[in-house]
Write a protein that binds this ligand. Structure first.
Ligand SMILES: [Zn+2]
Length: 361
């Protein structure tokens, strides 16, 4: 519900200025050595569109049984290319140079590479993760697919407290809101439905971009399937119903049983409910899981004029009511996720408000 949501939306617009250049598959452009992956003592040349990669086939074969099989087949009798005649076997791949480069950066990191493995500290871009998951799925590098998916799960999480913290709306996040469309397609590709509810939820806030898609690094257009666009349209209406109910339930003018100043707190709660119409930008946003109290907390806001007991009551309502919607999120989004929110329950923690924790912990 924070203002930063809108800032993130604005940052999503991308231009396709280089699309005509980078989608020149099949054109008659001369092949050229890849500036990043050309090892003089490489053992195979991979040709991808107009780029030639001179790399080590033993390393790729070690990562991928598909490459292992390809390399075990009889190689063409004519070796070498225009840029490297008579050197080593040549193979043509149908991928994009950008995608292959991302995968090679993981398999054969250079000494000046800034990319590390998928550690907690690493924050690879959407394009890198997308390339790694798609190509590794294609070439059966299962371990690396799992690592890429786990990285996406850190952002498109099944964890209610983590999602409601709104990390994806922070300005320095390596993923943009539009990338949720790509995440949905990746989730479908590798069959990881747990990524779908939050990714579809984020698409509900994309407005017309959800139909237009976004431009990838190689100039191609990533779009949602018509079925998933339909899910977003249906979910948008259902979320609007929940927004209305959440507003009425969280801000209902009913003070805490332990309220110290019932008359004053009642008036403040009433003012908050009436104040909703002045904060429509926040209260009409489809992601209903980031705190509803935030607009009334800003700059020593009206929330703090309530007594402590009523403030705690509001925080509890905020968490409990939105968690109740969270439990229905897959259903709202028209997808099924086994065990969604089944292992969580809410309980009240006096220091941190109501939080969701693993049952039994
Ligand atoms: Zn009170």
């Amino acid at each position: 519900m924070s203002g930063s949501k809108c800032q993130r939306k604005d940052s999503n617009t991308r231009q396709n200025a280089n699309s005509s250049e980078s989608t020149a598959e099949g054109s008659a452009r001369m092949p050229k050595r890849d500036a990043e992956f050309w090892f003089e003592d490489g053992s195979v040349i991979l040709i991808v569109r107009d780029a030639e990669f001179h790399i080590y086939k033993g390393i790729l074969a070690d990562y991928s049984p598909v490459f292992q099989d390809m390399f075990s087949l009889p190689q063409p009798s004519t070796h070498g290319t225009l840029t490297a005649p008579d050197t080593c076997p040549v193979m043509h791949l149908s991928d994009s140079p950008e995608d292959l480069r991302h995968v090679l950066r993981v398999c054969m990191p250079k000494s000046d590479s800034s990319f590390g493995p998928f550690t907690q500290q690493a924050r690879p871009s959407y394009h890198m993760i997308s390339a790694v998951i798609r190509l590794r799925h294609k070439y059966q590098m299962q371990n690396m697919v799992t690592q890429g998916v786990d990285y996406l799960k850190r952002w498109f999480t099944t964890d209610y407290p983590a999602w409601s913290a709104g990390a994806l709306y922070e300005p320095d996040t390596p993923l943009e809101c539009v990338h949720a469309m790509g995440v949905i397609n990746l989730a479908r590709l590798v069959d990881v439905p747990a990524l779908l509810p939050t990714a579809l939820l984020m698409c509900c806030g994309l407005d017309e971009e959800v139909v237009k898609g976004f431009v990838c690094e190689d100039g191609s257009l990533e779009t949602l399937s018509l079925d998933d666009i339909g899910r977003c349209i249906t979910a948008h209406s259902r979320l609007a119903e929940h927004m209305l109910v959440l507003t009425m339930r969280i801000f209902r003018p009913e003070v805490s049983d332990d309220c110290n100043f019932p008359t004053k707190c009642y008036r403040i709660l009433q003012a908050m409910l009436e104040g909703v119409e002045n904060e429509l930008e926040n209260f009409a946003f489809s992601d209903v899981f980031v705190s509803w109290l935030e607009p009334f907390e800003r700059h020593g806001g009206i929330l703090f004029e309530c007594c402590t007991e009523c403030q705690e009551m509001l925080k509890r309502r905020d968490r409990e009511e939105s968690f109740a919607v969270w439990k229905k999120l897959p259903d709202i989004m028209g997808v099924h996720v086994e065990g969604w929110a089944a292992t969580y329950e809410l309980f009240s923690d006096s220091s941190a408000g109501a939080v969701a924790v693993l049952r039994g912990h």
